[in-house]
Design a binder for this molecule. Structure first.
Ligand code: URA
Length: 313
């Protein structure tokens, strides 16, 4: 990828972009041994050697944010010692090492963010930053208004009361209920445990929103790089005063249109990895239905729930 010389110098932390421009104009900068004085010069940071007054400029690692529509039947890790399919099988191979931001259970599907920006990742999963995560949840039985209020106010779990949540019933339930639940914590199996505490088994879960990022119509198993507007909204999470609740809403398509594609990230070109149409889910031995990009999750959620204490969104 070709990048402007002054941007490469500024990104390395050696000088501001303005100072880098002055250095270039004054003949202090060489590319592959040749002095470059032209400001518009673009170079390939992965191949070209930049020096200022003879000193090598260390390239900064490009920042990468990938958004994946995780299917059920994949472990949220980049490497599974048990050899199960992992989310690493679905994301594009990039030169930097990205890692998942929080976790989705093996049998949960939906929006998973991966990045190499540790600060953003940490802020997104830490309850102090109050980043909302929204899930579409199908539960067995009909949820009463009192139960909904209970979910909203807080549910007593073995690791303490849950923080207030936002709950919307979607559709008229006869046998099963569909809920849209927004939480700001990331406890292990939190949604399943909240609903089980009220006597409802969770049948399916799909995360549709993660802080400022929306899953939209990204197909199951597909991934894309975030846009400039989305990346800026994610970076802003770190700078928000901890404890405040004014998380900006999801980045809308109008924001996306107005944003220039980042030079350090690729515009949102969707990458589709073929997800096996049938996959046996953990514990149940049940088969998932073929993957689809519909709002309702196509796979069924397994009952089995370990009680590991990993932080998860
Ligand atoms: N809550 C759960 O129970 N599981 C998930 O994967 C995410 C939230």
């Amino acid at each position: 990828m070709m990048v402007r010389l002054q941007k490469v110098i500024a990104a390395s932390g050696v000088a501001s972009r303005r100072a880098a421009e002055t250095m270039i104009k004054d003949g202090h900068v060489t590319v592959n041994g040749k002095v470059v004085r032209v400001l518009g010069t673009c170079i390939d940071p992965s191949k070209d050697h930049v020096k200022i007054d003879g000193r090598h400029v260390q390239q900064a690692e490009p920042e990468v944010f990938v958004l994946l529509h995780k299917p059920a039947g994949y472990v949220t890790t980049m490497n599974d010692p048990q050899g199960r399919p992992t989310v690493a099988d679905l994301v594009p191979k990039v030169k930097v090492r990205v890692f998942p931001v929080g976790r989705l259970d093996y049998d949960t599907e939906g929006l998973l963010l991966l990045t190499n920006n540790g600060k953003v990742a940490q802020a997104c999963v830490h309850p102090r930053y109050h980043v909302p995560k929204t899930y579409l949840v199908k539960v067995s039985g009909v949820c009463t208004d009192e139960e909904i209020r209970n979910l909203e106010d807080g549910v007593a779990l073995d690791d303490g009361m849950t923080a207030p949540a936002t709950v919307r019933k979607s559709g008229k339930a006869k046998v099963n209920s569909w809920l849209e639940l927004t939480i700001h914590e990331g406890r292990t199996h939190q949604i399943k445990r909240m609903l089980e505490a009220l006597g409802h088994r969770v049948v399916r879960i799909k995360r549709i929103r993660f802080g400022p990022i929306e899953l939209g119509d990204l197909p199951v198993g597909a991934s894309r790089f975030v846009t400039d507007a989305e990346a800026n909204a994610l970076r802003a999470v770190v700078h928000r005063k901890a404890g405040t609740r004014n998380v900006r809403g999801p980045v809308r398509s109008s924001d996306l249109q107005s944003s220039r594609p980042a030079r350090d990230t690729v515009p949102p070109r969707v990458r589709q990895t073929k997800v096996p149409a049938k996959r046996t889910l953990s514990g149940t031995g049940r088969k998932a239905r073929p993957a689809s990009g519909s709002a309702r999750p196509p796979g069924r959620v397994a009952k089995g729930q370990g009680r590991t204490r990993n932080r998860k969104g």
